[in-house]
Design a binder for this molecule. Sequence first.
Ligand SMILES: Nc1nc2c(ncn2[C@@H]2O[C@H](COP(=O)(O)OP(=O)(O)O)[C@@H](O)[C@H]2O)c(=O)[nH]1
Ligand SMILES: [Mg+2]
Length: 453
Amino acid sequence: MKVEIKEDTIIALATPPGVGAISVIRLSGPNSISAIDNVFSGKIRIKDAKSHTIHYGNIVENDEIIDDVLVSVFRAPNSYTAEDSVEISTHGSPLIAQKIISLIINNGEVRLAEPGEFTKRAFLNNRIDLAQAEAVADLINSRTSVSLRGARNQLDGLLSLKVDLLRKKLVDVSSFIELELDFAEEDIEFVRRNDLTFKINEILVEIEGLLDSYSFGKVIRDGINIAIVGEPNVGKSSILNYLLKESRAIVSDIPGTTRDTIREEISIDGILFKLFDTAGMRISDEEVEKEGVKRSRETVKNTDLILFIGDINVGFSDQIGNELRELNQSVKILKVLNKTDLVANITFLEDFRISAKTGDGMTQLLEGLKKSAFSEGAYTEKDAIVTNIRHYNCLVKAKENLMRAVKTLSENLSGEFLASDFRAAEIALAEIIGEVTPEDILNNIFSKFCIGK
Ligand SMILES: Nc1nc2c(ncn2[C@@H]2O[C@H](COP(=O)(O)OP(=O)(O)O)[C@@H](O)[C@H]2O)c(=O)[nH]1
Ligand SMILES: [Mg+2]
C-alpha cells in the first residue's frame, strides 16, 4: 500500500557536513522554486528559469550577501524526486550551508528533510521501485568495485525486472484459478491440474535460482567475515599484519597480548574481506584476557570463514578445533600452518602452509580465500542477484506459498485454497519492489539513509 505523498517542500545539505570545495543544498517539493526566489538575487527569477538550467547569483539576507552560488533547476517530473527541485552549490563551508538552510526555512514553506526522504519521494512518485531505492543506499555504501557494480545493476532494475517477470507468470497462472472460482457452479476446469503443477514448478525453479544467488550476493554487498583463531603465539597477529601490509595489530611474543578482537578490511579482486584477529581461545584467570576470549567466541559464532592457525612446531590444538565446531557447526574452517620458515620435526594435516615472517605461501592463501568467497555457484555481478536479506526473505515466503500450492494441487483441494496460496506468493514478490510494502518497513528502509539523500 503506497502511502500518501506529502505535498510539502523539504531541504537538506546533500554533501557531507564539513569543509570542502563546494557544498550542495537540495530542495524538493512544490515550493522549491518560490522558496529559492525569496532569498536569491540573480539575473533572472528562478520561477522564470527553464528546467535543467543553472543560474549564478547571491543568497541575500537583510541586504547582506551570505554567499554567491549556482542554482540548478529541475522541474517536475524530470528530477530525482519527480517533484520540482532545486540544488544550490555554495562555497564549501558548513557555516554558509547552515545559514542558507535556516534562511530558506524561515522565509518559505519549507522544512528540514528526514533521512532518505528525497529517495523515498522518488519511490513514492514511481521514479524508482523499492529494490532500486535500496540500491541507492548500497551504491553509496559500496567499498569495492564488485559491490559497486552489483548495486549499480540493482539500481538499473536488473533484479526488479526479474521479480516483475516472475510476478507476471504467477498472475497468469492464478487468473485461471480465479476464473474457475467465478464459474464454480458449472464445475469447469480451465486448466489441467498437471499443467498447473508444471507451471508452478517452473516459477519455483526461478525463485530457487534467485535464492541460491544470495550466498554470492551477500558476499558482493557485505563482504566476507574471516576470523583468525588459534593458540596464543601461533602468529595470528603477524598474519593479519602481513595481509594488511601494515602494523595495526600488536605483535608480541608474550602469550595473550591481543586482548581485544581487531577488525581490519582488505579487498581482494573487488571482494571485501573483513578480518578479525581474535584474542585467542585460551581460558585465563586474568580478567582482561577473559573478556578477550569471550569476544573471540562471539566472533567465531558470527563469522563466514575461519582461519585456524597452527604453529609448525606444535600443530593445531585439538581443544580449539573442538571448540570451533561447537560454537559454529556450519562454518568453513581452513587449517593454516604458520612459521614454515622454521624447521619442523612433525607433519600435520593442513590446507595451507605459510610463513608470516617470509611471506611464503601467502599467495596461495589469498587464492584460497578468494575461492571460498566464490564457491557458491557461478554467478557474476552482471546476473540478477539477491544481495539483500529483505529480498531473500520475501522470496522464501513466495516459495513457501507456491510449495503449498503444489501440495494443495496434489491433494485435490478446492480452488479457494489454491487462490489464497497464489495471492500470498504474489504479495511476497510485490513486497520486493515495494508495491505492497507496509509503511513500517518503508520507514525502516529509508531511515537508514543519510539526510539529504
Ligand atoms: N619464525 C617465525 N616467527 C613468527 C612467524 N609468525 C609469527 N612469528 C613470531 O611469533 C610470535 C607470536 O606472533 P603473534 O603474531 O603475536 O602471535 P599471536 O599471539 O597468535 O597473535 C612473534 O614473536 C612473531 O614474530 C613466522 O612465520 N615465522
Ligand atoms: Mg595476537
